[in-house]
Design a protein around this ligand. Structure first.
Ligand SMILES: [Zn+2]
Length: 185
């Protein structure tokens, strides 16, 4: 790190501390070995999000502002705080990074958004789901609402990532029971 005052390359770190909202930045005090002036540097962890592949196959950069826009639209005039929205976005971003993939489909993100809205606010969930799924008929819309009203089916509706092992096990048992019934019929 060059000294910003005299350009000398010999600078030493005299103090380091973490900073930033999530402790993901490091603040360092440095001192120049030539002019002895002190200056501060910040190091930020660079998080890399996967590219988003849209339904038409186009690849776009992940943008937090776009995700926030979708959530705000679904949650407009609903009793949900901006802090809750921020937390929902943070959880979605954790999942994005957790994928450790170069690409993610917009469909996958849409499912995660629906899972978050389901927890936050039923009206916002239905708003988002109705646009996102572009329900073709009244029945599919009714199914989505019914899905929301049956907590037992939540695990499956939100995708396996959200379902607990117990819920999955219950689903399997139910599937087997249905199979048996069908065999008898
Ligand atoms: Zn200097």
């Amino acid at each position: 790190m060059k000294c910003p005052y005299c350009g000398n390359a010999d600078t030493q770190v005299v103090d380091s501390r973490t900073s930033g909202d999530h402790g993901d930045a490091v603040r360092r005090r440095r001192q120049c070995g030539a002019c002895h002036k002190r200056f501060t540097t910040y190091e930020q962890v660079e998080l890399s999000f996967p590219a988003v592949v849209k339904k038409n196959g186009a690849r776009v950069e992940y943008k937090r502002s776009k995700l926030l826009g979708s959530l705000n639209l679904a949650l407009r005039k609903r009793p949900v705080t901006s802090e809750q929205i921020d937390q929902a976005i943070a959880r979605i971003e954790e999942k994005l990074i957790g994928l450790a993939q170069r690409e993610v489909t917009s469909d996958t993100i849409g499912q995660w958004v629906m899972a978050e809205l389901k927890q936050l606010d039923p009206v916002a969930y239905i708003r988002f789901a109705s646009v996102y799924n572009s329900f073709e008929d009244l029945q599919s819309f009714a199914d989505a609402i019914g899905d929301f009203l049956k907590p037992a089916k939540r695990g499956r509706a939100q995708g396996n990532a959200q379902g607990t092992a117990q819920e999955k096990a219950q689903d399997k048992v139910q599937d087997r029971a249905q199979d048996k019934t069908q065999d008898k019929a």
